[in-house]
Design a protein around this ligand. Structure first.
Ligand code: C2O
Ligand code: CU
Length: 579
């Protein structure tokens, strides 16, 4: 394969000249994209020098699937066909709008012919995979209806569950909501040696929430309010099914959770209080199993859970619930309900009253799916005490121990921003340029979320950091969420954000929360899994997360953004340029 980085860089430069010329003859959506400065590039073609071990044809198309009793639901979905490679590469989920599960081996060379059979542009991103920038599904690579983009990459990730989903600028949320998403599992030798439950004993669990109208059609039309909070459904779907139930044998299972919801955050807990045993996260297996009373799962995050039903008699029923928690929505939403209880469930539920159709408030207590033991067996694999080897980064490994790369979250009713700026193509700031083959300390923090006392300190710190990366690097004051609002309105809009970084996986090294937010934080903190390799991290209001991320292998543009998809589409997204 010719150097993809080079090619993408050339296109990157090339595009700036062509946009305006062609504008007059373009359909309206293209012009809309142009207005946002997005280029229209020629879709990537297959490279004859690349010899794939696996070749797949993937399409995004419209369809209709029976989800609720009665009328079928119109959806957008992925379909796939295996052209060559191992037979178990694709697994369809029965009558489900989700794309087939794609199973790849570390080291495989993969070619995917992705065809857009929708009526609007799209592009596919392999969330969690580290692939060359040209293969990463950046919105600049959107393809028109009828076009095909050919992806070619080698799988360098370790064993893990990942997601493929659309990534077109400003319409990602809608496309995912209408059904475009699928699981992508990577296997490797380290994992194979553990002989973890597999086949029927390894169950993918994709959690999503949706709203349907009386004709069983999906409702999606976020108003300003939904954009700010994220769009929430009033019904939970597991692997695309309502009222999901799994029949199991009395033995150990491997449950592969993926939060594919647009905005909803879950607090997973077993109905009988059994602790949750976590063996892996976004980037694969932990070093050893860890046990939690409950686990938080934000949009874009994954969890690998060991669930042992050994000794449970036939007929046993167990429910996985989302347990009560507070503080992930702006206080405004919690206050405006009138019951006033900050952080308390009363306040939360009352606050949600303003959301009209919302019957299933985020942070309330509701069932997700049921497990029913239908077969007794005395045989079960044992939970390995050691799962994998992870080299842990320390501050000694980073290029910038005293100047973390900032990811500043600022919140206002008009915009949710990162580093003070809304997404714009080709708008890379000096502190967003990162030298290839470095390991960087990064810090995600709220510019206004800490409460009254935090404002100026935060701001000073932010400016200090920016200054440290170059004098012109300071975000526009206005963009920072309105300095004048800090501690007052600004704090009122602070909420939780799942922040996702493309490219290499990172390690979380610390999480600290402002005292003002300690009460609500206490309702989630024992379920935050912070070990292992991550690509998405839930950042609570008032919380500061430090992590260490390597920037290896590929030059080019890699995104970072909020995985609350309404926020992403609102522009809570930026690019890093690795050079
Ligand atoms: Cu799951 Cu940039 O996305
Ligand atoms: Cu967000």
């Amino acid at each position: 394969m010719q150097d993809p980085v080079d090619r993408s860089r050339r296109r990157f430069i090339f595009q700036t000249g062509v946009g305006l010329l062609a504008a007059a003859s373009m359909p309206a959506w293209v012009r809309a994209m142009e207005m946002h400065g997005m280029p229209k590039l020629t879709p990537n073609r297959a490279s004859p020098a690349f010899k794939p071990d696996v070749e797949i044809e993937l399409a995004a198309r419209q369809g209709s699937i029976s989800i609720l009793p009665g009328q079928a639901t119109r959806v957008q979905h992925y379909t796939a066909k295996l052209l060559s490679g191992p037979k178990d590469t694709l697994t369809e989920l029965p009558s489900c709008y989700l794309g087939p599960i794609i199973r790849l081996q570390k080291g495989q060379k993969v070619r995917i012919h992705f065809r857009n059979d929708l009526m609007e542009p799209t592009i596919t991103h392999w969330h969690g995979l580290h692939v060359p920038a040209l293969m990463d599904g950046h919105p600049m690579y959107i393809i028109d209806p009828g076009e095909t983009f050919v992806y070619e990459f080698e799988v360098i990730n370790r064993a893990s569950l990942n997601i493929y989903h659309p990534h077109p600028h400003e319409i990602t949320a809608k496309q995912v909501y209408y059904g475009l998403a699928g699981g992508l599992i990577i296997n490797d030798e380290e994992e194979a040696r553990l002989e973890l439950p597999s086949g029927e004993y390894e169950i993918p669990i994709v959690l999503q929430d949706r709203r349907f109208n009386a004709q069983n059609q999906l409702i999606y039309g976020p108003h300003m309010h939904d954009r700010m909070m994220g769009f929430y459904g009033d019904r939970i779907l597991v692997n695309g099914q309502p009222n999901a139930e799994f029949e199991v044998a009395s033995r150990a299972y491997r449950l592969r959770f993926l939060n594919g919801s647009n905005a909803r955050i879950y607090k997973l807990g077993w109905s009988d209080g059994t602790p949750v045993t976590v063996i892996g996260v976004d980037g694969g297996l932990l070093e050893s199993p860890e046990t939690f009373p409950y686990v938080m799962l934000a949009p874009g995050e994954r969890l690998d859970v060991w669930a042992d039903f050994s000794g449970r008699p036939k007929g046993t029923e167990l429910t996985m619930r989302s347990l009560p928690f507070s503080g992930v929505l702006p206080m405004m939403a919690e206050h405006m309900g009138g019951r006033g209880g900050r952080g308390g469930m009363g306040g939360m539920m009352g606050g949600m009253g303003m959301m009209g159709a919302m019957a299933l408030p985020v942070g309330s207590d509701y069932p997700l799916f049921k497990i029913r033991v239908t077969r007794e067996t005395g045989e079960s694999p044992k939970l390995p005490s050691r799962l994998s080897k992870i080299d842990r980064y320390t501050l000694d490994d980073v290029a910038n121990p005293s100047k973390p790369v900032p990811i500043a979250i600022s919140e206002s009713p008009m915009a949710m921003l990162l580093n003070g700026r809304s997404y714009a193509f080709d708008d890379i700031q000096p502190f967003e340029r990162i030298p290839l083959d470095t390991v960087q300390l990064m810090e995600i923090f709220h510019t206004s979320g800490g409460g009254h006392g935090m404002g100026h300190g935060m701001r000073g710190r932010m400016m200090g950091m920016m200054g440290g990366h170059g004098s012109d690097a300071q975000p526009e004051g206005q963009g920072m969420g309105g300095m004048g609002m800090r501690g007052g309105m600004g704090m009122m809009f602070s909420m939780a954000h799942p922040i996702h970084l493309h490219g290499d996986q990172f390690q979380i090294i610390s999480r600290t929360v402002a005292v003002e937010r300690a009460d609500s934080y206490a309702t989630v903190k024992d379920g935050l899994v912070s070990s292992g390799w991550k690509d998405t991290v839930l950042v609570m209001p008032g919380e500061t997360v430090r992590m260490i991320k390597p920037f290896h292998h590929f030059k080019g543009v890699f995104m970072y953004h909020c995985h609350n998809l309404e926020h992403e589409d609102m522009g809570m997204m930026r690019d890093f340029l690795i050079e």
